[in-house]
Design a protein around this ligand. Structure first.
Ligand code: OGA
Ligand code: MN
Length: 208
C-alpha cells in the first residue's frame, strides 16, 4: 500500500489549511488516490471528445473577451449538483478543504465555482490574478491536476510569484493528484506553455 493511502482526505485538508494559514499557499501531492485521478482524467477526455469544452476568455459578463495569446486553455464549467460521478470524490474533498480552511482562517468561504481545463500543446496562461476586476468574492484558488507521468520536459509548469517584486517563485508540475491551493488576491501566477495535453480541475471558493 502506498503510505499516503493511510492519510485520510480529512488530514490532507487539515495539512493544506495549515500551510495556507502560514504562507498563503499549499501544495499537496496525492491529494486524491490514483484511481480517482484516473477516473477524472477519463471523464475529462470523454467530455473533450464530446466537444463539451469551450475556448476560455478573460473577464466576465459584458467584459468577456477571447485572448488566445494570453490564455490558451479550453474549459468546461461544472455544476456541482449535477456533476458526473467521477467528479464527486474531488468535489467532496474540496468541500472538506473548505471546512478546514474556514476553521483555520475564518475566511467565510461560502460557495464554489469550478471548471475542468484542457491546455492543448503550445497553450499556456500568462501572468494574472484570479480575482475578477469588479468582483472580489473569489478568496481561494484550488487546482487539482489530472495528468499521468508528467515530466519537467512536458512544460505546463504553474509558476506562482511569491512576492510583489517577483524575485521568489514557486514552480509546480501538473502531476496527477497534486493539489495547489492559494489565496486568490495574494498571488500572481502563470501557466508556462505545455508540450502535451494538460488537464486540471480548477475552482474558486468565494465569500458571500
Ligand atoms: C487559472 C489558472 C492554473 C493551472 O485557471 O486561472 O491559473 O495550473 N490555472 O492550471
Ligand atoms: Mn489563475
Amino acid at each position: 500500500m502506498h503510505p499516503r493511502a493511510q492519510c485520510s482526505a480529512e488530514s490532507l485538508a487539515e495539512q493544506a489549511a495549515a500551510a495556507i494559514a502560514s504562507s498563503g499557499i499549499a501544495v499537496i501531492e496525492q491529494f486524491l488516490p490514483d484511481d480517482a485521478i484516473a477516473a477524472l482524467r477519463t471523464e475529462a477526455q470523454r467530455l473533450r471528445a464530446e466537444e463539451a469544452f469551450r475556448q476560455a476568455g478573460i473577464g466576465a459578463g459584458g467584459d468577456f473577451r477571447r485572448h488566445d495569446d494570453i490564455r490558451g486553455d479550453e474549459i468546461l464549467w461544472i455544476e456541482p449538483e449535477s456533476a458526473p460521478a467521477a467528479l464527486q470524490q474531488a468535489l467532496a474533498a474540496f468541500e472538506g478543504l473548505r471546512l478546514a480552511v474556514n476553521r483555520e482562517l475564518q475566511l467565510g468561504l461560502f460557495d464554489f465555482e469550478c471548471h475542468l481545463a484542457r491546455y492543448a500543446p503550445g497553450a499556456g496562461y500568462k501572468r494574472h490574478y484570479d480575482q475578477l476586476r469588479d468582483d472580489n468574492r473569489r478568496q481561494l484558488t484550488v487546482t487539482l491536476y489530472l495528468n499521468e507521468h508528467w515530466q519537467a520536459a512536458d512544460g505546463g509548469t504553474l509558476r506562482v510569484f511569491l512576492d510583489h517584486d517577483e524575485a521568489r517563485t514557486l514552480e509546480i508540475l501538473p502531476t496527477g493528484g497534486t493539489l495547489v491551493a492559494f489565496l486568490s488576491e495574494r498571488f500572481a501566477h502563470e501557466v508556462l506553455p505545455c508540450t502535451r495535453e494538460r488537464f486540471s480541475l480548477t475552482g474558486w471558493f468565494r465569500r458571500r
